[in-house]
Design a protein around this ligand. Structure first.
Ligand SMILES: [Zn+2]
Length: 253
């Protein structure tokens, strides 16, 4: 399907949903415009969309959390591994310095591949204290060794710097569930049946961890020394409603 045909189809869905009354007016934190937020399906996390920029609630939650918790973020140096979508576009456009990266298996770290800087969150090529802010969006459920990745983020942050991120946190879990891990031979070892999510640069990203709200923050502190808290808001006037809308704010001491 062409981009134009996809847009026409999306518009049709929006009009149909709006006609059923599944829409509300508001102001979109992702595109910055007055808009209509439309429920195109029951899973609001992916299906409560801005008519203008197609953003979903987690994009808007991340930007509002940034605005409220780090109001001077635009003056900062920002790193975003696995960047994608309207929130990344806005941060890239407005931040004083923005480095977006992607991981490609088998490609040298630090190189440019298909127009993207290549980085592996387990072993970043940046010097200690290179950034004021690291942003990740729905990445940490896919990282094979999250302990190493959180520690790497802490390493490349300046003291006082922040990691602001979205990740699905499962309210009914009392303990995080490891679905896969690095085996002793270095290959992926599947502990539970494989699950995949969409991914901006590959066919699908393996879900590695189902995070539980009770232990994620303690885990981050334990492996990286950063202290963290949840930011949660439900606000339909800004298009923020649905499942798993926590934003995690971690600070390097
Ligand atoms: Zn928008």
């Amino acid at each position: 399907m062409t981009g134009l045909a996809r847009k026409a189809l999306a518009l049709q869905r929006y009009v149909a949903a709006a006609a059923r009354g599944k829409a509300n007016a508001g102001s979109c934190p992702a595109c910055g415009h007055r808009t209509l937020f439309v429920e195109v399906g029951p899973w609001l996390r992916d299906q409560y969309r801005c008519l203008r920029c197609q953003s979903v609630p987690r994009h808007r939650a991340l930007l509002v959390a940034l605005e409220e918790e780090l109001p001077d973020w635009r003056t900062r140096t920002v790193l975003e591994p696995a960047f994608s979508g309207p929130a990344s576009s806005r941060i890239a456009k407005e931040a004083a310095s923005y480095t977006g990266t992607h991981f490609f298996p088998g490609v040298e770290r630090g190189a440019v591949h298909r127009g993207f800087r290549v980085e592996d969150l387990h072993e970043l090529t940046f010097a200690d204290g290179s950034f004021d802010l690291v942003v990740t969006q729905d990445v940490f459920e896919h990282v094979l060794e999250p302990d190493r990745a959180f520690a790497e983020i802490a390493r490349v942050l300046r003291p006082g710097g922040a990691h602001v991120f979205t990740v699905p946190v499962w309210p009914d879990l009392t303990e995080s569930v490891v679905r896969a891990r690095r085996g002793s031979d270095g290959a992926v070892e599947h502990v539970l049946p494989q699950m995949f999510h969409g991914d901006p640069v590959s066919n699908g990203a393996l879900v590695v961890t189902d995070w539980a709200p009770a232990d994620l923050l303690a885990y981050i502190e334990d492996v990286s020394g950063m202290s963290s808290r949840y930011w949660r808001v439900v606000d339909r006037s800004r298009g923020i409603d649905g499942e798993h809308l926590e934003v995690v704010l971690s600070r390097k001491p």
